[in-house]
Each structure stands twice: as C-alpha cells, then as structure tokens.
Design a protein around this ligand. Structure first.
Ligand SMILES: [Zn+2]
Length: 457
C-alpha cells in the first residue's frame, strides 16, 4: 500500500469548475489524486492527515512555453518555487532537451515535469541567428526533407512539434500533414499566416504578438519572406502594427472565429513586455530582479561588455533606454494584445498562458505570475488560473495527467495562503507545492538560489 495523505479543510480551485469549492477534502495516494470530496472525507487507516485550515489549493501550474536550455538549473528551481509543476520546452535541439529531461526524471536535477517540442522548425534560412539559434533551431529546406527531420523528433518522444517564424505556408502545411495528429503542432508564426495554419489544422499558436500579426494588423506592415526578427526595426514594426490592429475587420474576426471553432490554443506570452508596464524604474526596484538566473546574467554581461555598456548599473535589465513616448506606445500595444485575448476568450476560444521563460525579465516562474496578472485583467482571475492549469493541459494534450485537482491526475498541487480570486497577485503567497504527492517548501527552494549581484540590497 502506497502512502496516503488526506488534505482536509481545503478551499479548492480544482481547475475545472467556474467556482471554488469552499470546503473540500483531497486524498492523495502515491503520486496521484485518489479522491476529491465536498465537505468531510473519512481518512483511510494509516493516512497522514493535513488540516489546511481553509487555505486555497489549486492544481500545479503549467507553463506551456519555456526554453530549458537557456535558464540553467536555477531556472528549473524557480518554476517549482512559483508552483509550476509542469512545463513544455518550446524549442531546443533534441539532444540538449533530452539530457535535461533525463536529469529531471532521474532526480539529478530538481524541477517540474518536462514535456518538449524538440527544435524550432524554421525555414530554409534561420530566422533566429546567434547563440540561441544554434541551441534551438533546425532548418527545413524543402518538403522532401520533412520526414528525415521530423521522424527522429517524434521517435524521441516529443510531446508537440513547433513551427517557427521563417517557415513558409507551404512547408508549414506539409509538416502539419506529416504529423497527422500524432502530437499537437504549435507555432511561433511569421511568414505563414495564423489563418493559413488554422486552416491546415495547427493545434496551437505561440505569442499573441507575432503569431496573429498578419491577420489582425494593417496590411502594409505584415511579415513576409525577408522579414528579419532581429533589431529595432522589427520591434518598431510590431509596435506600429499592434497600435493599428483592428479586431472588427473581417480578417481578424474570421481568425478569432476559426480559432474558437477549432479550439486552437493561444499561448499568450504577454509578460515578455512586462517591462513596458512598469517602466525602467519599476523594473529596477522589482523584487523579481533578485532571481535573474546566473546563466542569463553571464550572457548579458558579455553582451554589455562587448557593447561598452557595463557602466549602466541596470545592464541586467536593458542595454539602452527607449524614449518614454515609445514605452507608452508599447504599453498600449500590450493592451491591444490583452484585448485580442479577451475577444478570443469571449468567442469560446482556448486561451493558454505560456511565458517564453528564456529571457532575462521577468525571470522564469515569476514570469507566469506576471502572465496571470495580464490574463486576469483580460478574462478574470478564475479564467486566468484555468488558462495555466486545465486549459494548458488540454493544449498539451496531457489532461489525463495534469491540470486539475481530480481523481486519477498527478497529485500536483499549490497551497496558497490567501484568496487569489479576490486579487490574482496573491498567487505568489505559496506555502507549499506538491509534485507527484511530494511536498516542497518554496521559501527553502528560493533560499538555496544565488542572488543577482545587480539587485539593490
Ligand atoms: Zn519561445
């Protein structure tokens, strides 16, 4: 008989219902949830009983879009400290992500359950140059090349496939057809339009900002072969496009309807622009800055040094400052993305909150807390929580295992000290995290982590 734990006196947000259960009991048996009941539950003989005194329990959170190869062991720990018990790696060379997965499953590394896409399937030319490109991308030069590239990824046990920016519609469609529904196909699109991908049967889109751009933004700004993602020009184009986005235009409405009808997951990743919400001063003071991971810090230090910008005391956050007028525009562009998210949700669409945890700010784990805040503004706190639990599990096609506090699923749980439905920022008040029935203390995980030397003490 495996170990049993009865959690009693629980305020349960199970990930499925629209309302919490004010008084519930959850029975954990081994690494799975055995039973969930409203009110009292008789404890089985020998079960450990934990009275949570009315604290809130949610399913373990899911980040559907991370890059484990860029964040190091510290990044993996930050997920757990923030209640994220499952992540999907959304782009990494196969051998690199397989090594991390093996280390997590054998217990040599501490972190969440890891699902993965394998490499970013890009067009004939790489649209992500430099070091990140070398770690993450795989070029697909032609239709004929697809089986030799994609079969090994599926054979290695990939949970999803990821289409990337430089892929043409023709190649994207051919990969979706080759995958034939065996795993969900998602995409950070650029040249291929979201409407084309949805029609071809794609299952998910990553990042509201670039992936739906060609269907909702003014025609003269749209991406096409030759558009580079590098540099300021791309940022300017994205910003201008989003400021000019018109969701009542026929193409935008058709996209939203088609995504809702086919339940194409929209992985939002809006937190990437969090800095524009709080400004440079806000980010410099922000407590999450303390945990920018060493692997990312050292990369940024090298870049700052090469550009002669180490004298800027905030090089860990940004290299050069944009004008306040531009920051204001970026903030409005982000609001438009939140509006897209709300419209898709109201049309019955599948909104899922990934983060792209790979970049410096906000750091891994904390980035999902920011995503939750942006989602809650758009679709409400309960729907935001579902977007990172049960809805995320559906997008990953892992709803038998994760995403809800329900019998049969893994005993992945977050215990929260106060009510996150009243104020979503309380999702940070985590007193315990369970992964597979094993309890962790988030405070002690954080205490083991190195502190960013740039963080003002
Ligand atoms: Zn990404």
């Amino acid at each position: 008989m495996s170990a049993e734990i009865l959690l009693k006196n629980v305020r349960l947000i199970d990930g499925l219902r629209e309302q919490p259960i004010e008084r519930a009991a959850v029975l954990i048996r081994g690494d799975r949830i055995a039973a969930v009941e409203t009110g009292e539950m008789a404890a089985p003989a020998g079960a450990q009983i934990v009275d949570l005194g009315g604290k809130t329990v949610t399913p373990g959170l899911i980040d559907t879009h991370v890059h484990t190869v860029t964040i190091g062991d510290e990044g993996l720990k930050l997920f757990m400290a923030n209640g994220i018990t499952s992540v999907r790696d959304c782009g990494a060379k196969l051998e690199l992500v397989l090594a991390i997965k093996e280390a997590l499953e054998s217990g040599r590394k501490f972190g969440p359950r890891l699902y993965f896409c394998g490499p970013l399937l890009d067009g004939a030319q790489s649209s992500l140059p430099g070091a990140s490109g070398a770690l993450m991308t795989q070029n697909v030069p032609s239709r004929e090349a697809i089986p030799a590239i994609v079969k090994p990824i599926l054979d290695a046990g990939a949970d999803s496939l990821k289409l990337y920016f430089g892929l043409t519609a023709d190649l994207g469609e051919a990969i979706i057809r080759y995958a034939d529904g065996r795993v969900p196909v998602t995409g950070h699109l650029g040249y291929m339009r979201a409407s084309e991908a949805v029609k071809a049967g794609i299952n998910g889109l990553e990042h509201i900002s670039p992936s739906v751009f060609n269907d909702v933004c003014p025609a003269h700004l749209r991406f096409g072969p030759g558009t580079s993602m590098a540099g300021r020009q791309f940022m300017e184009r994205l910003r201008a496009g989003w400021l000019g986005a018109d969701f009542s235009a026929p193409e935008a409405r058709a996209l939203i309807d088609a995504m809702a009808r086919r339940q194409v997951a929209m992985g939002t990743t809006m937190n990437i622009n969090w800095l524009f919400r709080v400004g440079y001063e806000g980010a410099a003071r922000d407590r999450d800055r303390k945990y920018i991971v060493p692997k990312i810090l050292s990369g940024r230090r090298e870049t700052a040094q090469a550009q002669g910008k180490l004298s800027n005391p905030d090089w860990d956050l940004y290299f050069s400052r944009l004008d306040q007028a531009i920051i204001d525009q970026e903030r409005r562009a982000l609001e438009k993305q939140q509006e897209f998210c709300r419209r898709l949700f109201e049309a019955g669409g599948l909104v899922v909150g990934g983060t792209d945890a790979a970049i410096n700010y906000p750091p891994p784990g904390f980035s999902l807390m920011r995503e939750l805040e942006l989602l809650a503004e758009a679709i409400g706190a309960m729907n935001a929580i579902r977007a990172v639990t049960s809805k995320a599990a559906i997008a990953l096609r892992k709803q038998d295992d994760i995403g809800a506090v329900a019998p049969g699923r893994f005993a992945d749980l977050v215990v929260i000290d106060s009510d996150p439905l009243a104020d979503i920022t309380r999702m940070r008040n985590i007193s315990a995290v369970f992964k597979g029935g094993v309890r962790y203390d988030p405070e002690s995980v954080l205490l083991e982590l190195p502190v960013n030397p740039n963080y003002p003490s």
